[in-house]
Design a protein. Structure first.
Lengths: 143, 133
């Protein structure tokens, strides 16, 4: 069975978008920051199951590609891990948003949001799965 | 707000620099391993042919996809050895495995020629194998 091809440019645009929006949320702080984190978390989790909910990919497809600003690059990629990581990351972002919007433990909330942003940067910049690395190192240490 | 912008800029610079250093160290670490002979404990089914060592792990979503990519290679002209990275620690250490899935390319003389950390599609593996055959 031939492996499915995926648009690497779309994936990277989405990932850098998540990182930039997380940074914007931190800069704005307060309720505005919490609202952006909430939107990001929903975009990550709901967009995993409903393509039309992923506004970043929608913008990429509707604006950036037709105008020639970005070009699709198709390749065989590890989609399964990224789908799991997306749901996990989005859930953590929703938790961070909840903490921010209720005004509880903003330090913890930004720490969680920063951790997810860092893991996304690793994949966007180096195609490196931080979650796989951690799981392997834990398993090796406990084997 | 300016304070927060500065924090983001400094954090981005620090993380970017740290990632470049780590990446360079990983590349050095891999380079230092290239040319090493396969440990004698590993008996190949068909000596004298190129070999792919495929390191997998439990709870690894990408490993099934990597396995599929490997089965699409011409397996009659190479050795494919699947190894549990957490249990075959000697071989994983020999190849410098950092994560799963990982693949190590070994030439027909039994020397390590390339290590891939993470999933690699079949065409990329085929090109690496063609370069060592």
């Amino acid at each position: 069975m031939a492996d499915e091809m995926f648009d690497v440019t779309a994936r990277k645009f989405h990932q850098w978008g998540v990182v930039l929006l997380s940074a914007l949320a931190f800069v704005l702080g307060g309720a505005a920051g919490g609202a952006i984190m909430l939107a990001l978390g929903l975009l990550m989790v709901v967009g995993r199951f409903r393509d039309e909910a992923d506004l970043l990919r929608g913008f990429y497809r509707a604006v950036l590609v037709p105008r020639g600003i970005l070009r699709p690059r198709m390749a065989v990629e590890d989609r399964a891990t990224r789908r799991i990581a997306r749901v996990l990351g989005g859930t953590v972002q929703l938790l961070a948003a909840l903490l921010l919007l209720t005004g509880q433990a903003p330090g913890l909330a930004w720490g969680l949001a920063g951790l997810i942003a860092f893991m996304v940067v690793l994949d966007a910049a180096f195609d490196f799965c931080a979650l796989c690395f951690v799981v392997h190192q834990v398993r090796r240490a406990t084997a | 707000m300016l304070e927060r912008v500065l924090i983001v800029v400094v954090a981005a610079l620090v993380v970017g620099l740290a990632l470049l250093v780590v990446r360079s160290r990983v590349a050095d670490r891999t380079r230092a391993r290239l040319g090493r002979p396969l440990p004698e404990a590993l008996r190949l089914e068909r000596p004298g042919l190129p070999t792919v060592l495929y390191f997998y792990g439990a709870a690894c979503a990408a490993c099934a996809q990597q396995r599929r990519a490997l089965t699409s290679l011409p397996t009659e002209r190479l050795n494919v050895v699947a190894l549990d990275a957490a249990h075959q620690t000697e071989l994983a250490e020999w190849a410098g495995v950092l994560t799963v899935p990982s693949t190590a390319i070994v030439d027909p003389q039994g020397r390590l020629r390339a290590v891939n950390h993470g999933f690699r599609p079949a065409d990329e593996l085929a090109a690496q194998l063609a370069a060592v055959a």
